[in-house]
Design a protein around this ligand. Structure first.
Ligand code: ZN
Length: 147
C-alpha cells in the first residue's frame, strides 16, 4: 500500500473515531477555537503538571480534517513538556504550510496531514486545534479564530 493511502486511512480513522474526544474535568487549561471558513469548532482541554502535559483532550464539531488533526494532536502532545509541544507546533505548522520541517523534530503520525499543504482552505482545518491548544497554553481566554 502506498504511503499516501496509509495516510488517507489514518486521517479517515481519526476523523470517524477520534481519540481523546472528551472533556477533562481537572483541566488546567481550556480554550475554544473556531474556523469560520469551514465551520469547525473545537474546545481543547489540557492538564499540565510541572510543565508537562499529563492529559489532552478535545470536543467539538468539524470536518474530518479538523477532527483527525485534533485527535492526532492530543495523542502527540500527551506526555510532552510545554517546550517540546512548542517545537512540535512549529514543525507541524511548517509541514502543513509547505515550509521545511526542522530535522530534529519527529512528527510521527502527524505526517499523515502533510497532504493538506496542497489545499490552502484545508490548512485552517488542520491548524485550528493546534492554534487553540497554543492559545490555551499561553493562558488566552478569548476563543481562537482562524480568520
Ligand atoms: Zn474543516
Amino acid at each position: 500500500m502506498a504511503l499516501e493511502d496509509l495516510y488517507q486511512q489514518l486521517i479517515m480513522d481519526h476523523g470517524r473515531r477520534p481519540r481523546n474526544f472528551r472533556a477533562v474535568e481537572q483541566a488546567t487549561h481550556r480554550l475554544e477555537g473556531y474556523n469560520p471558513l469551514c465551520g469547525d469548532r473545537v474546545t481543547v482541554y489540557l492538564k499540565l503538571d510541572n510543565g508537562r502535559v499529563t492529559d489532552a483532550a478535545f470536543q467539538g464539531t468539524g470536518c474530518a480534517i479538523s477532527t483527525a488533526s485534533a485527535s492526532l494532536m492530543t495523542e502527540a502532545i500527551k506526555g510532552k513538556t510545554t517546550d517540546e509541544v512548542e517545537k512540535l507546533f512549529a514543525a507541524f505548522h511548517a509541514m502543513v504550510t509547505g515550509q521545511p520541517v526542522p530535522p530534529d523534530v519527529a512528527l510521527g503520525k502527524l505526517s499523515a496531514l502533510a497532504g493538506v499543504a496542497a489545499y490552502p482552505v484545508r490548512v485552517k482545518c488542520a491548524t485550528l486545534p493546534w492554534h487553540t491548544m497554543k492559545g490555551a497554553l499561553s493562558g488566552a481566554r478569548q476563543p481562537v479564530s482562524t480568520e
